[in-house]
Structures are given as structure tokens and as C-alpha cells.
Design a protein around this ligand. Structure first.
Ligand code: KIV
Length: 281
């Protein structure tokens, strides 16, 4: 694995070379450095921030300021991976000029390499304008959480012929608009395979089967730190939440019993100094 900084071009070339692409989320410097040092190719500061870190019910309330704050922190942990900032709900839908300005803020104020936004043909003019402004864009179709309400909730998308055909059209349109990669969320594996074959830019799947050119997950899901809801497509490679709670409970008990801090976790003082201190107090 190369230690040099990856670029958007490297990600595109990985598809050509048949190399699988890995992407994970991070919202702070510590997690970003753990992900980056583990050799993950792209770090996404996702608007899943809203649910995973900020405790919101959905991604809808997430603001540009919140995204930039966390993207700046994540940037401090990333050396090698391509860093992507997720444009939050209504930061790119109102008008194209505002979309370019907001996308630009991720590069200028947070040091991101690219941005991601949700939607198909309806956002292609925006994708083209942002790309033309010199900002690399990742598309995102299938289950698009910012508009999950319109899609009937957090459900698999593209199971019927009509919606599958629309998704294929969306993918081709996003490629033509200049997107350099495309997230496919929660769609049948064979539809993802058809899209992956039909376009030259890499597809990054999340709940979209193994034929995609790469895979993305929310890091807190894969390490078992988000217990509220575990989607079918999430594989938990660790189960940290119970371990963290165990450690915290042990701290609580030891403080209450006086077992912590013991001598090994305290700073000693020489007897003579203690004696003088006593005399003077
Ligand atoms: O916000 C996010 O974390 C995402 C990924 C799950 C693709 O959009």
C-alpha cells in the first residue's frame, strides 16, 4: 500500500485496474486517523454525522456549519485517503450558485478533496456546475437518506423494472455530468452489477452487493458503536459499545470504592517535602 496521498484520479484508475475501493466515514481527527492509517482509500465526512454523533433522528437537520466543523477535524487525521465532505440537505438544492459556494467551502475551509451529494438526473446540472468549478463530486443514488420520506422510508430501492431503469439512467447522467464516483445505497445486488458495468466511474456500494467497484460503511456501525439501529447490510467487525460501557462502569465502581486512582496512577512526593509542607500549613 502506497503511503503517498491518493487523488481522485487514483480512485478512478482503481476501477480500470480492477482494484476494490474502500471508503469509511469519520467525523473527527481520531477516527479519521484510525481509518486513514488502516489503509482505507476514501474518508467520508458523511451527513450521517447527524444521527451517529449529534443524536438527531435523521440527516435532515444537519447544517453546513456542523459539517464544516467536523470536516475540519477529520482533515487533521487524514494523510493518505481522499477526503470527501457530504453536502447536507438544502445546501445544494436551492440554486446552483449556492451549491458551488457550499461545495467550495468544503475545499477552502475544511481541506476536503471532493464533495458528495444525493440525487439522480434532477441534480445533474448542479453536479456539472460544481465539477466545472474545479470541485470533484461523488454522486449518491438508491436510498438517499435526505429524501427518505419521499422514498417511503429507509427501504430497498429499485426492485421494480421502472425504478431500476430510472436508476440506470440516473447513474449514466451523473457520469456524463462529471461525477468521479457514485455511491449506490440499498439497491438489489444485480441492479448494482448492471450499473457498475454500464458506467466507467467507480460505484461504491452500501447495501448494494459485491459487484460494486468498492464498498462504504459508517465506521461506527462496523465497530459496533451505534446500537440504535443495525441495517441488514451492516457487518459488525467488532462490538465496541458493550466493551466501552464495561470500561466506564468499572471506572465508576473503582472511583466509588476508592480503588482508583491507586499509587501506580498518582504522582509521588518526597517525604522531606511532605514534612516541610505539613510544618508550614
Ligand atoms: O452520510 C453518510 O454517511 C453516507 C454514507 C453512508 C454513504 O452518505
Amino acid at each position: 500500500m502506497t503511503k503517498t496521498k491518493l487523488t481522485v484520479r487514483d480512485i478512478r484508475l482503481m476501477k480500470e485496474k480492477g482494484e476494490k475501493i474502500t471508503m469509511l466515514t469519520a467525523y473527527d481527527a481520531r477516527f479519521a486517523s484510525l481509518v486513514d492509517e488502516s489503509g482505507i482509500d476514501m474518508v467520508l465526512v458523511g451527513d450521517s454525522l447527524g444521527m451517529v454523533v449529534l443524536g438527531y433522528e435523521s440527516t435532515v437537520p444537519v447544517t453546513m456549519e456542523e459539517m464544516l466543523h467536523h470536516a475540519r477535524a477529520a482533515k487533521n487525521g487524514v494523510r493518505r485517503a481522499v477526503l470527501i465532505g457530504d453536502l447536507p440537505f438544502l445546501s445544494y438544492q436551492v440554486d446552483v450558485r449556492e451549491a458551488i459556494a457550499n461545495a467550495g467551502r468544503f475545499l477552502k475551509e475544511a481541506g476536503c478533496d471532493a464533495v458528495k451529494l444525493e440525487g439522480g438526473e434532477e441534480v445533474c446540472a448542479t453536479v456539472a456546475a460544481i465539477t466545472k468549478a474545479g470541485i470533484p463530486v461523488v454522486g449518491h443514488i438508491g436510498l438517499t437518506p435526505q429524501t427518505a420520506g419521499q422514498l417511503g422510508g429507509y427501504k430497498v430501492q429499485g426492485q421494480e423494472l421502472g425504478s431500476a431503469k430510472k436508476m440506470l439512467r440516473d447513474a449514466k447522467a451523473l457520469e456524463a455530468a462529471g461525477a468521479f464516483a457514485l455511491v449506490l445505497e440499498c439497491i438489489p445486488d444485480r441492479l448494482a452489477a448492471a450499473i457498475t458495468e454500464a458506467i466507467t466511474i467507480p460505484t461504491i456500494g452500501i447495501g448494494a452487493g459485491s459487484a460494486c467497484d468498492g464498498q462504504v460503511l459508517v465506521t461506527h456501525d462496523l465497530v459496533g458503536m451505534f446500537e440504535k439501529f443495525v441495517p441488514r447490510f451492516v457487518k459488525q467487525y467488532a462490538n465496541l459499545a458493550p466493551q466501552i460501557k464495561e470500561a466506564i462502569a468499572a471506572f465508576r465502581d473503582e472511583v466509588r470504592s476508592g480503588a482508583y486512582p491507586d499509587a501506580a496512577h498518582s504522582f509521588p512526593m518526597q517525604d522531606a517535602v511532605v514534612q516541610r509542607l505539613r510544618e508550614e500549613s
